[in-house]
Design a protein around this ligand. Structure first.
Ligand code: GNR
Ligand code: NI
Length: 167
């Protein structure tokens, strides 16, 4: 097991479009377990492979409070069931220290492969629904700051650039 390092905004590699995963193998299973370790250590409720500079369509999620609901989504897609929005405050491990309230559809239907490459379909609401949409955005090179005002985004960008220069 290993901790992976997380790319931080405005790193351009976070803008990469991730490719579908075509086959299960040891490398993919090792990546998934390292992603869980990295996500739990951070700690975060979700992690997209994009954030650890692996541009494959893999997400790990656990919205429980004691690591009891690990969820792996491979090649995930979603459909909106109820476009009424949930206004939840979002954070992102790639944008440390900043939180913004966003509007996203509150009820979705998710289709993906699980850890064993078996097809799965389920509905999600609340934090889980928001988190899945946030992670699928990552796989498409999109960050939550793309959904807020240009002014807020540019403030966050310059603050993080300043911090990165000090390191
Ligand atoms: O840890 C995280 N918390 C969170 C809270 C509200 C909405 C989305 C998230 S995901 C985030 C971890 C992360 O950056 N995943 O990409
Ligand atoms: Ni994120």
């Amino acid at each position: 097991m290993a901790l992976l390092s997380i790319l931080e905004y405005p790193d351009k590699r976070l803008r990469t479009l991730a490719s579908p995963v075509l086959e299960n193998n040891d490398e993919i299973q090792k990546l998934i377990s390292n992603m869980f370790e990295t996500m739990y250590e951070a700690p975060g409720v979700g992690l997209a492979a994009t954030q650890v500079n692996i541009h494959k369509r893999i997400i790990t999620i656990d919205t429980s409070d004691n690591q009891k609901s690990p969820l792996v989504l491979i090649n995930p897609e979603f459909e909106v069931i109820d476009s009424d929005s949930d206004n939840l405050q979002e954070g992102c491990l790639s944008i440390p220290g900043f939180y913004e309230t966003l509007q996203r559809p509150k009820h979705i239907k998710v289709t993906a492969l699980d850890k064993n490459f078996k097809g799965q379909q389920f509905e999600a609401t609340g934090l889980l629904a928001v988190c899945i949409q946030h992670e699928i955005d990552h796989l498409n090179g999109i960050l939550y700051v793309d959904h807020i005002s240009r002014l807020k985004r540019s403030r966050i960008k310059s603050k993080l650039e300043k911090l990165h220069k000090q390191q």
